[in-house]
Design a protein around this ligand. Sequence first.
Ligand code: FRU
Length: 502
Amino acid sequence: MKRTERAEALSYTLSLANEYVREHAPLSDRSKRPSFHLTPEIGWMNDPNGFCSFGGKYHLFWQYNPFEAKWNSMYWGHAATVDFVKWEYLPVALAPDKPYDWGYGCFSGSARAENGNLYVMYTGVDEDAVQQQCLAYSRDGVHFEKYERNPVIPSSKLPEIYPIKEFRDPFLFRRGDRYYALVGTKTELCGNILLYRSKDMKRWKFVGALFGGEEGGLNKGVYECPTMFEADGKDVLMYSAQFLPSDGKRFVNIHSSVYLVGKLDLASGKFNVDYMGETDGGFDFYAPQTIAAADGRVIMTAWMQMWDRDYVTAPDGYVGSMILPRELSLKNGQLYQRPVREIELYRKNERRVSDFVLDDEENEISALSGTRKEISFGIDTGTAERVGIRAFVGEGCALSIYYDRKKGTVTLDRGGCGKLIRGAFPETDFAARSVHVAPDGNGVLSFRLFLDCTGAELYVNDGAAVMAANVCPDRGAEGVSFFAEGGSARFCNVVGYEIEVK
Ligand code: FRU
């Protein structure tokens, strides 16, 4: 097989990638970057991969192009943490250096600790864009060896109705003495996920497809990056659906992250769905992965970015970040998400504000200003038509977040927040996203907002809805204000912290 000119130029070796990062990362100015959201040392980051626990640490890998702040042939970046907030960068883990992956690279996948080794399963994508599932393993959790008989699920084990160029992102798991892999794909009509089974992670048998093939309408996209965890006796399956049509209220992004609560039948591969939800109602959330922490919590991370958008941080030498990891649980059969509790260890300079009422007015609170913050508050929605908070406030700049009484929604509007982030596809709305939520029996909504320089994550009603969004505010836009329009509302339990992770 002939390597492309580019492959020759880059040599596609791990050592070259690591050398490049070592030399160039120290030159990158981190002062304007997110502080408690993981970003790549330099270059391009997309999907989280291989989120796992190994050797007393939590490891996270990601889709990585260290050489440029744009997508190209994929490596696996690597970092580890003990608290999900502060990360230690580790050497690049995988490079596209074998015939089955040296074209488009080492695509997304997952990890499993087994017999003292760390196994990763990923999609090797060759020069013809053929996608096959591969295995690599490590004794120390840092240096990986690719299995000599890769690919372990070759394209020949893909039933013919699925295209060999759309077969990716294996999620490896174990039930009893069997290993299983969920792999994303599509047909002409619709995305799907396939189940494979193995005794040893090396030889795999096709079991079946999870869905009938017409779910989500004729969306024509792959169900990318499947992942699954168990809660309350149910299986919670997550995947990222390319081009999923909106149902009018949800799935407004061009590509959407879906969760299904139900049950996977391991014998047939069928997934019986009780409920389908949108994992995050904001702009920038894709390809989540979860792990079970040592204390039993299910923790999720995800790419805090979206395909086919403008990547406004590229001039600063990097693109992509991960969300602040979230603790997941089910309540009344639906997903609840809370910011990982360890973030509270990094709070500084607490500022509490006495309860106050606003009547058709706006009030800037200078004690809360800043761009690396946690701000939480309740709103007794009173008679106001629209009531909420503005952050990143400067001359003609603000990110607005508000409850709209008539619509019954909480809206995050980044339209007036500095440079508007647009995209390659004509999305219905580049400025605002809304989630449907209701105040509690006393008319109160609760909010927890995290600001981190170029992004915001908003938790509503104790994690009933979450919205992640990147922003590109004006320099020096640091103000925070509260507002009520068309009536009055009461703000309670307003508290802010600075959050800085060094
Ligand atoms: C999802 C995805 C995956 C693929 C990877 C390539 O964001 O398209 O399906 O493995 O990115 O970088």
